[in-house]
Design a protein around this ligand. Structure first.
Ligand code: SF4
Ligand code: FES
Length: 234
């Protein structure tokens, strides 16, 4: 059903039920995301997509659009709130971009650039979560995990649909786990999918490192904003 909403006061014609993040992008409005993947169920774990819908702050990726909806994205307050959430993620882990294999391919890093983050306003926690190397093809740099749960929900054993990744513990003691037996049965393209689906450099492939040269990495070629809006880099 055709409906009309407003985004930052501008009328937008769309279809009822479409995802607000996608509707905004289709109309040239970038809403940052870290856990959302287009076409996949919403996870709602990062809240980096926070906007105001009919006066209430909510995660845009969890919102199906409805007729008359009024959406605010580009207010100073909301922009700062989204930036603060990204700053939180940086201090909750150890994100040493210059030495990370995912630098230039990391969605957290590129989102930080997009939101003009220079430094975090919050104290760094420097958590120590031991890396996990038990699986034959994959290893986990656990202190980079942002607990988005993409790997948990979307990377599953192809025969049994069992989860290969899981999160153990809660709060500051939480850490990502891998089921080595199931991980060892992953075909090579699923190993690559797991590495790619992780928005940061937590899930890494053994024996492969820094294989994309500097200057040719995903977000060096096209930023998260350009990818979301479907723009080609000039
Ligand atoms: S390992 Fe990566 S994909 Fe999995 S929860 Fe952590 S950040 Fe997300
Ligand atoms: S992208 Fe919406 S909550 Fe993570």
């Amino acid at each position: 059903m055709s409906i009309q909403i407003t985004i930052d006061g501008q009328p937008v014609a769309t279809e009822a039920g479409h995802n607000l993040v996608d509707v905004a992008a289709d109309n040239g409005v970038y809403i940052p995301t870290l856990c959302y993947l287009k076409g996949r169920p919403c996870l709602g774990t990062c809240r980096v997509c926070s906007v105001r819908v009919n006066g209430h702050v909510t995660a845009a990726c969890s919102v199906p659009v409805a007729d008359g909806m009024q959406v605010e994205v580009e207010t100073a307050e909301l922009a700062d709130m989204r930036k603060a959430l990204v700053e939180f993620l940086f201090v909750e882990g150890n994100h040493n971009c210059p030495s990370c294999e995912k630098s230039g391919r990391c969605e957290l890093q590129d989102t930080g650039y997009e939101l003009e983050m220079m430094v975090s306003r919050f104290p760094y926690r420097f958590p120590l979560r031991p890396r996990e190397v038990v699986a034959e093809q994959l290893w986990l740099e656990r202190d980079r995990c942002i607990f988005c749960q993409r790997c948990v929900e979307f990377i599953r054993d192809r025969k049994t649909d069992q989860k290969i990744f899981s999160i153990k513990g809660r709060g500051s003691t939480a850490q990502i786990e891998i089921n080595a037996e199931l991980a060892n049965a992953m075909p090579p393209e699923q190993v690559r999918q797991a590495v790619d689906i992780c928005p940061v450099g937590c899930i890494l492939e053994k024996g492969v490192g820094f294989n994309d040269p500097i200057g040719q990495r995903k977000f060096e070629i096209q930023s998260v904003r350009e990818r979301a809006l479907g723009e080609k880099k000039k």
